[in-house]
Design a protein around this ligand. Structure first.
Ligand code: CP3
Length: 364
């Protein structure tokens, strides 16, 4: 934000018009400013729930699709067109930077990220060299630039947070218990800190390059941080995630940062303490309780249960309205699901949710 409280224009329509941006409700809500209608977007809004995505995606590794800017651009735009959401999120994945520097990670359909040689010892740090975005991920930057030229809503940049990335690299793939990761963290705290530092550098370089290319906000995905007790988070994770927000904040362009996790009800204050402008809340915590824990200076994002969206419409409508009622019309709410859209979701239901959120008026 600039000194007058006006959002700094980050994307094309704004620059072209030289005045107000086409739809800045999302950025205003991130900054805790009043909005005419509650902004809404969905994590995984681009993806398998959309027939047009399945048609364009084809077979093969998702990483190959991400590396084709014209396809990645189209996939990012699909849900924006269909749903009329107030923000776009780049079609990419949290493992793209680690893949791009040659760590040896792929995304297996139905499984998720799989690492051929997991992180085991100090010399594995050498496999985590710094990211040079122009050379390593030029396709991501081309996609961002394409999108910024097309969109009339803000584009959200993102990266995986150090803990969630460490979990994939240490476990070698998705894990229910994160047992190897926690054992490592507790038994080799110095090496762990060095790993977290490298992963923070990757997130900073990746998000920074997406912002340079024109993205207007960013989200740090710490999807699995909810596996940690607050003391563990504070000691082993907070310093690295704090550095991500601090260094991106030091850019001085006022781009808002969202900090997201799942099952993080007991960590909400710590997610905010990392330096976020907006804290993602999942469906396990009522939004009014989250607000009470977080205080007035932080915006919230959430928090309809993605599985509730599979219910008959009257139930979905009730649950979505409950989320909105719990926020009670306060500024600083971005409507979203508590986690990503499930592949079996009916896109028509999400269309109706967007309409409901946009029409909602809080009782005076
Ligand atoms: O719309 C968006 O949210 C933007 C795109 C996006 C994807 N992944 C696309 C994707 C984003 C922001 C991510 C981040 C991501 N990737 C996270 C953090 C968010 C979260 O879900 O908690 C995580 C943990 C990953 C790792 C990952 N990638 C998983 C667990 C999976 C699912 C595996 C599967 O097939 O069930 C992926 C694959 C993935 N990422 C898909 C999409 C659209 C499905 C890919 C396909 O087409 O096969």
């Amino acid at each position: 934000m600039d000194g007058t409280g006006q959002p700094i224009c980050q994307y094309r329509l704004c620059v072209a018009a030289g005045s107000s941006i086409a739809n800045d409700a999302f950025l205003r809500a991130c900054r805790g400013l009043p909005v005419e209608r509650v902004p809404v977007w969905f994590m995984r809004q681009a993806g398998r729930s959309l027939p047009e995505y399945r048609a364009i995606r084809g077979e093969g590794s998702m990483l190959d699709t991400i590396a084709r800017p014209e396809v990645a651009t189209e996939i990012t735009l699909q849900p924006v067109r269909r749903y009329g959401v107030d923000a776009a999120i780049l079609y990419s994945d949290i493992v793209v930077p680690t893949h791009a520097i040659g760590f040896g990670v792929d995304i297996v359909p139905g499984v998720g990220p799989v690492v051929e040689h997991p992180f085991r010892e100090a010399r594995d740090l050498d496999r985590l060299r710094p990211l040079d975005p122009d050379a390593d991920t030029p396709y991501v930057l081309e996609t961002v630039r394409n999108l910024v030229a097309e969109l009339d809503v803000p584009l959200i940049a993102f990266a995986g947070a150090p803990f969630t990335m460490a979990s994939y690299l240490v476990e070698g793939g998705p894990s229910r218990t994160h047992a190897l990761t926690k054992r490592f963290m507790h038994s080799e705290p110095d090496l762990w800190a060095a790993l977290m530092d490298r992963l923070a550098d990757l997130a900073i370089a990746s998000i920074g390059s997406q912002l340079d290319a024109g993205a207007a906000a960013f989200q740090l995905f710490d999807s699995w941080a909810g596996a940690l007790a607050p003391d563990e988070y504070r000691q082993f994770v907070l310093p690295a995630s704090q550095r991500v927000f601090a260094e991106l904040g030091n850019r001085g362009d006022g781009v808002p940062g969202i900090h997201f996790g799942v099952g993080t009800g007991e960590l909400l204050e710590l997610l905010a303490k990392a330096g976020a402008d907006v804290v993602g809340v999942d469906w396990r915590v009522h939004l009014d309780d989250a607000r009470e824990r977080l205080g007035p200076d932080v915006a919230v994002q959430g928090n309809l249960d993605p599985a509730a969206v599979l219910a008959p419409w009257p139930v979905v409508a009730d649950r979505a309205t409950d989320v909105l009622d719990r926020n009670a019309g306060q500024p600083g709410h971005v409507f979203n699901l508590g986690h990503g859209v499930l592949p079996e979701t009916d896109p028509e239901t999400l269309e109706q949710v967007v309409e409901l959120v946009h029409r909602y008026k809080a009782l005076p």
